[in-house]
Design a protein around this ligand. Structure first.
Ligand code: NAP
Length: 285
């Protein structure tokens, strides 16, 4: 790819950013469509965050993704918040429109896309979300929007789960995550989503759900994507459960960001191929 005066800049803002797969996905998309654009990583120290965003605006970048720990901190710096982000209270995609910064959330659509492929009747199921951090916020929004019949969040610290409860009122139930609550809720759940980092590289021998609690009629969705086949997904598969790996959400949220920045249909096949190569293994669904 030739870099020249007309090259458009997109990127990722976060901290720390050592293991991100986003550059591989987006640069593959630009290449596939022959666009003169590049996706860079901006690892920004917390004390420099506001200055860095002003800088990106002054440099007239095309747009950028936002990740931990800035998905909420970016909001007061924006000119306009799209509905997709206002409904979650978190931004993962920013588009520069002239001098305006517009914030979007593509995590919600990205999370939902692989579930919709299963043709699930979400209004008939109980869903369990493990964790109550940034990713859980998007999952809760997505499942409530999709009309999920019963939604329960279990989290290590009750305080963070209660924040989600305050945001959504009695549309969801929250409780502390422990052996007993996990067993009880899982016994009546159809879908379970791991939004905690448990099982993430380098702690690949860990799983948030004991194998004995997994069943063949469960749908197990693990947001962790490094490794793509976590211990949780491997054991779920072994008992015959349906599994959704986290890389699918990563791909879908990236595709939506690409659409927002370019107005073009994202070349998903090229993006998926690059993501698989980046994750370094034969990725199986
Ligand atoms: P976060 O805001 O830091 O939240 C982490 C959550 O996990 C918190 O609720 C935390 O509980 C809980 N947790 C952390 N360690 C735990 C442990 N050992 N046992 C039980 N609970 C634990 O992080 P995040 O942004 O939500 O990201 C979480 C994971 O999702 C990461 O692995 C990230 O890579 C992944 N993710 C994937 C995608 C994708 O596209 N696939 C998108 C976003 C995030 P406390 O409140 O008690 O601390």
């Amino acid at each position: 790819m030739e870099i020249n005066p007309k090259t458009k800049i997109c990127g990722l803002v976060g901290h720390p950013l050592e293991h991100t797969a986003s550059p591989a996905i987006h640069n593959a998309a630009f290449r596939a469509l022959g666009l003169n654009a590049v996706y860079l990583v901006f690892d920004i120290e917390p004390t420099m965050f506001e200055d860095a965003i002003k800088g990106l605006k002054a440099l007239k970048v095309c747009g950028f993704n936002v990740t931990i720990p800035y998905k909420e901190r970016i909001i007061p710096l924006l000119t306009h918040l799209d509905q997709s982000a206002a409904r979650v209270g978190a931004v993962n995609t920013v588009k520069l429109d002239g001098v305006s910064l517009i914030g979007y959330n593509t995590d919600v659509a990205g999370f939902l896309a692989p579930l919709l492929e299963l043709n699930l009747k979400l209004n008939e199921i109980t869903a369990l979300i493990l964790g109550a951090g940034g990713a859980a916020k998007a999952c809760v929004r997505a499942l409530l929007d999709a009309g999920c019949r019963e939604l329960i969040v279990l989290n290590r610290s009750l305080e963070r789960a209660l924040n989600l409860y305050k945001q959504h009122g009695n549309k969801l139930k929250v409780a502390p995550l422990n052996e007993e609550s996990l067993k009880e809720v899982l016994s009546r759940a159809t879908l379970v989503v791991n939004t905690t980092p448990v099982g993430m590289y380098p702690n690949v021998d860990e799983s948030i759900i004991p194998r004995a609690l997994l069943r063949s009629d469960l749908i197990v969705y693990d947001l962790v994507y490094r490794p793509p086949q976590t211990k949780l997904l491997k054991e779920a598969k072994e008992v015959g459960a349906t599994t959704i790996p986290g890389y699918k959400m990563l791909l879908e949220q990236a595709a939506e960001s690409f659409r927002i920045w370019t107005g073009l249909e994202p070349p998903k096949e090229a993006m998926l191929k690059a993501l698989k190569m980046e994750l370094g293994v034969e990725v199986v669904g």
